[in-house]
Design a binder for this molecule. Structure first.
Ligand code: ATP
Length: 563
């Protein structure tokens, strides 16, 4: 189902999940802040990732332990890194600048942006829902200016009957449930423009756009006080390169053997042409990346391992499988160095098309190869697989690899033992997943109020591991020793997970507030607590209340938090 993202952003702000950055000064496009609940949510996401991928990944294809270590690299690196990686030359988007209003638009996303634009929205005013007539003098005029006539396709929507069937089948895929008028007109207007070949209206003002040019997405700065070309540096557009640049350091300091992975969580910066869809496309965001290094002959099985594991991870954290769409990239999209890439996509409520949460790419030997070439230290990126060499020693007459090399063995044989490792890269966005979790959790349902009438409640159905607050503690009333007992329980739980104490207002109101925050458990200390040392634990989703011994409360919550 669709959610109105402006309304949703307001909810997120009101609750303290996400604020617009520097809002008091009008904000800044593409930058967001996480509020008190949001910061807990995002931390939990990053911690769940670290715990499940770095500390405790499941065994590999033949039951072997997976070896993973972490890194925390600087955001600004030697600019040569970005030359070697190809970012300086090619990290750019095709962009059009409007000659009228001066706004930039990413050319490859023009239609999606246009469908959501003010300009397109104002065209909707010119659609008559009763007659189904769509007649836009403004559109006609604009088209005329471009030497186009807007007749054939627009005629379609002038017939109400055709309009209705078109509306039902093309937009919803099912005749009985027509979409909203807005949805429909937006869709039709976009289709019409595309069909009539009027391909470049500026989403801001509708003026025909100029030619597309490649515009770099790299944020630039200077290191040191001389602001010259020599001192120019870049804010990293991905965390991956810090891992590749340290590949040898990690190998030398840990003595790890292939296969193994290096993980990093951290900020990345991209000067996106059109930041949009709330936090989905930001200019500053956080990535959770793994580079898994392996023998070339085994790389396909590791690619499959990570692709399947990463998809499963989202499901185990509460993303419904219907909304999760792994998609193997087609030959036309996949980067030239990649042997295979799967995008794990999520059906965000702001779009009919699933959008990328994570890319799992088989990058072959490309990255290490590039750094081998550009750093002039090729030997640091060559791996000698001693274990394999020893395992294959039967029947060999030479004593060492060096000696064997002097016999001029065929290159294919040498590559079995000495090679540039292949890399599998699962690259996820912490903010994108946070947004997906927020969208997925948002639920409106009907519950009985204090008087037994039905009321609508908003409840954030977060997986307990991700929930910002794990449990809220309420004294039923502020007397009869209840606050003291509640405070004691609060203090006993606080060292173990995030708990919240609330003694204000009717208990029903307090429950509701925690539902909106997505707190899975509410614990109430009541009159009976003094008698038998029990409390009630209320389940956020089922609303069931259970009496539990005070001493068992921690165990109940911890059970829900265990992966
Ligand atoms: P897109 O095509 O959406 O720009 P991409 O394919 O360039 O994304 P990658 O370079 O593969 O993205 O980055 C890996 C991950 O980083 C993405 O799957 C996404 O989760 C996250 N990410 C990339 N760009 C942004 C952004 N502008 N805002 C938030 N997260 C982002």
């Amino acid at each position: 189902t669709r959610i109105d993202m402006a309304k949703f952003a307001k909810f997120c702000k009101d609750m303290g999940f996400v604020y617009q950055s520097s809002e008091i000064y009008g904000g800044i496009n593409g930058f967001w802040d996480y509020g008190p609940l949001g910061v807990e949510l995002k931390r939990n996401i990053k911690e769940a990732w670290w715990q499940d991928m770095v500390r405790n990944p499941p065994p590999g294809p033949s039951g072997q332990e997976i070896r993973m270590v972490g890194l925390d690299c600087s955001i600004i690196m030697n600019p040569k890194v970005w030359v070697a990686s190809g970012h300086v030359a090619t990290f750019a988007d095709p962009t059009r600048k409007c000659p009228g209003c001066g706004k930039f638009t990413r050319a490859d996303q023009l239609w999606a942006i246009l469908a959501e634009s003010d300009w397109m929205n104002s065209l909707l005013q010119e659609f008559d829902p009763v007659t189904g007539k769509y007649d836009s003098p403004r559109l006609m005029k604009w088209a005329k200016g471009k030497g186009q006539k807007l007749a054939p396709n627009l005629a379609l929507v002038k017939n109400p009957e055709v309009t209705l069937s078109f509306l039902a089948t093309r937009v919803n895929g099912q005749p009985e449930a027509p979409p909203s008028l807005q949805e429909f007109t937006r869709y039709v207007a976009t289709e019409q423009l595309e069909a009539t070949g009027l391909q470049e209206p500026c989403p801001a003002c509708g003026a025909p756009l100029g030619e597309a040019k490649q515009v770099s997405l790299m944020f630039e700065s200077h290191a040191g006080l001389d602001k010259t070309e020599e001192s120019k540096v870049y804010l990293r557009p991905e965390t991956a390169q810090g891992i590749f640049a340290n590949y040898r350091n990690v190998l030398d300091s840990t003595r790890l053997k292939l296969p193994f992975g290096i993980a990093q969580v951290g900020k990345a910066f991209r000067n996106e042409v059109t930041p949009r869809n709330f936090t989905f496309r930001s200019r500053e965001f956080e990535q959770m990346e793994i580079e898994f290094f392996c023998h070339p002959a085994e790389s396909q099985q590791w690619y499959e391992y990570w692709r399947d594991l990463r998809k499963k991870w989202y499901s185990t954290l509460g993303i419904q499988s219907d909304n999760l769409k792994p998609r193997e990239q087609g030959a036309d999209e996949v980067a030239f160095y990649s042997i295979g890439t799967t995008d794990i996509e999520y059906l965000f409520p702001f779009s009919d098309d699933p959008q990328e949460l994570e890319g799992v790419a088989h990058r072959g030997a490309y990255d290490l190869g590039q750094h081998a070439k550009h750093s002039g230290m090729a030997e640091k990126f060559m791996y000698f697989d001693e274990e394999r060499w020893n395992a294959d020693s039967a029947g060999r007459t030479t004593n060492s690899f060096k000696e064997w090399m002097k016999t001029n063995p065929p290159a294919a044989d040498v590559e079995k033992y000495q090679f540039t490792p292949h890399v599998i890269e699962p690259s996820a966005g912490a903010d994108r997943f946070t947004l997906a979790v927020l969208c997925e959790a948002y639920t409106e349902d009907k519950v009985p109020d204090a008087k037994g009438n039905e009321e609508t409640r908003v409840v954030m159905k977060f997986h307990p591991r991700l929930a910002p607050i794990k449990a809220a503690i309420f004294p039923l009333v502020n007397k009869d020793g209840m606050p003291e007992r509640a405070t004691a329980l609060y203090r006993a739980l606080k060292p173990h997970f995030n708990v919240f104490y609330d003694d204000k207002g009717a208990v029903g109101r307090r429950y509701r507030r925690q539902d909106e925050a997505g707190t899975p458990f509410c614990i109430t200390i009541d009159g009976q607590t003094a008698e038998d040392d029990t409390v009630t634990i209320r389940d956020r989703d089922t609303l069931k209340q259970e009496r539990v011994k005070v001493a068992d409360v921690r165990g109940v919550i911890e059970k829900a938090l265990t992966p």
